[in-house]
Design a protein around this ligand. Structure first.
Ligand code: RFL
Ligand code: PHB
Length: 389
């Protein structure tokens, strides 16, 4: 088989890149290790920046998103019983939208299928060869048969546990990592959300987040120990703990119900540099991870896709190598800013095992400053609503 751009990974990064390139007449093949159903069963991101929406529109896949998404002009932040609002519209002049990663991925799959796009599912043992030459290729197994794809470029969109990043030799690759000493226990429930907007809550019992997917589907998270297992948490125990971490009025208003999904995600900050090696380009979680506190994971994947898509268009349509040469530096400049914001928001709102009384007072005073100071709220809103591409 031959294609222009071979894409490893059929998550949101890989599918969006494939769909955007297809609209410019560039041929791609997407290789996905799992089934379509498995990818769609992963409950992940919920908040999209406007840059992401613009890309979905450019890819011609935003019709349902534009119709069904919830626009959020701001967010609530709670410190114990006190809750205040930060308006993204007032402070940054833009909003974010709520539209689940599952729905977005479904829209992308449907668009690729409608255009007869090539996606190979359940492939095994993918390996990248000769990425630092003019003739890169991939080998893998499909239906038990060995296969090979020759291509011009390889996009490594295979997430944190994929093979693409590890293909870059250790002498070239530099990794930066911070692991946080807790996880997020998340549940999805068929209940109306407790508020029209998100609530990020810093309480003495730890962090909690009230989010949603739509008017009838809520997504809630609580900070938990890394040693916890979802089965340790009955629904009743989860609701009880969530209520204790919310201001009284919100706790009272909370509608509870059976969970339809329950999982624990560890929190990590991670960046690999460079994001390019020869003809291999990394995109999304394959190159970087943020803790979910700033809702930046999927949004940073989208900015990578934006830079790589434009660079590939410059290569194929304008015969210019400049975009591809600049890709890693451009992508990383934006990534590090999102890393900083996600780290800061994580430090601001969680309980840390080694926190002293002094640390706690500093944390409270930083939240108070955010509440009272317009400039601080502006910095928060600019970052949360998404920095420009
Ligand atoms: P993905 O989604 O991990 O997709 C990678 C795909 O590659 C496949 N794959 C392979 N395929 C072939 N060969 C191999 N060797 C392969 N190895 C792996 C995998 O099966 C998979 O299908 O990466 P991608 O596309 O870069 O997308 C990244 C996002 O999924 C991720 O950043 C977000 O979900 C992070 N995130 C959030 N991001 C936001 O922007 N806003 C949020 O509100 C938000 N909330 C979250 C989140 C992530 C969470 N978890 C569980 C990690 C909340 C949570 C709880
Ligand atoms: C979510 O809805 O899953 C979500 C929202 C905001 C975050 C993280 C996750 O910061």
């Amino acid at each position: 088989m031959r294609t222009q751009v071979a894409i490893v990974g059929g998550g949101p990064s890989g599918l969006l890149l494939s769909q955007l390139l297809h609209r410019k007449g560039v041929d791609t093949i997407v290789l996905e290790r799992k089934t379509r159903e498995y990818v769609l069963s992963r409950i992940r991101a919920g908040i999209l920046e406007t840059g992401f929406i613009d890309l979905m529109r450019e890819a011609g896949v935003a019709e349902r998103l534009d119709r069904e998404c919830l626009i959020h002009d701001g967010t609530h932040i709670a410190l114990d019983q006190d809750m205040f609002h930060v308006s993204f519209q007032e402070s940054a002049g833009r909003s974010v939208v709520v539209y689940g990663q599952t729905e977005l991925t479904r829209d992308l799959y449907e668009a690729r299928e409608a255009a007869d796009g090539k996606i190979l599912y359940e492939i095994g043992d993918a390996q990248i060869h000769d990425a630092n030459t003019d003739k890169p290729y991939l080998t893998f197994t499909s239906d038990g048969q060995p296969r090979r794809i020759d291509c011009d470029f390889i996009a490594g969109c295979d997430g944190f546990h994929g093979i693409s990043r590890k293909t870059i030799p250790l002498e070239v690759r530099r990794e930066y990592e911070k692991v946080y000493p807790f996880g997020w226990l998340g549940i999805l429930s068929q209940t109306p959300p407790v508020d029209d907007e998100l609530i990020y809550s810093c309480s003495q019992r730890g962090f909690a987040l009230c989010s949603m997917r739509n008017q009838q589907l809520s997504r809630y998270y609580i900070q938990c120990a890394l040693s916890d297992h979802p089965d340790d948490w009955s629904d009743a125990a989860f609701w009880d703990e969530l209520k204790r971490r919310l201001p009284g009025e919100q706790a009272e208003r909370l509608v509870t119900g059976p969970s339809i999904e329950k999982s624990i995600a560890p929190l990590r900050s991670f960046v690999t540099e460079p994001m390019q090696w020869g003809r291999l380009y990394l995109c999304g979680d394959a190159a970087h991870i943020v803790p979910p506190t700033g809702a930046k994971g999927l949004n940073t994947a989208a900015s990578d896709v934006h830079y790589l898509y434009n660079a590939l268009c410059e290569h194929y349509l304008e015969k210019s190598p400049e975009g591809l040469q600049a890709y890693s530096d451009k992508a990383l400049a934006r990534i590090w800013k999102a890393e900083r914001f996600s780290w800061w928001m994580t430090m601001l709102l969680h309980r840390f095992p080694e926190q002293t009384e002094f640390d706690l007072r500093i944390q409270r005073s930083e939240i108070a400053f955010l509440k009272e100071n317009e400039s601080a709220r502006k910095v928060f809103a600019e970052n949360y609503a998404g920095l420009p591409y």
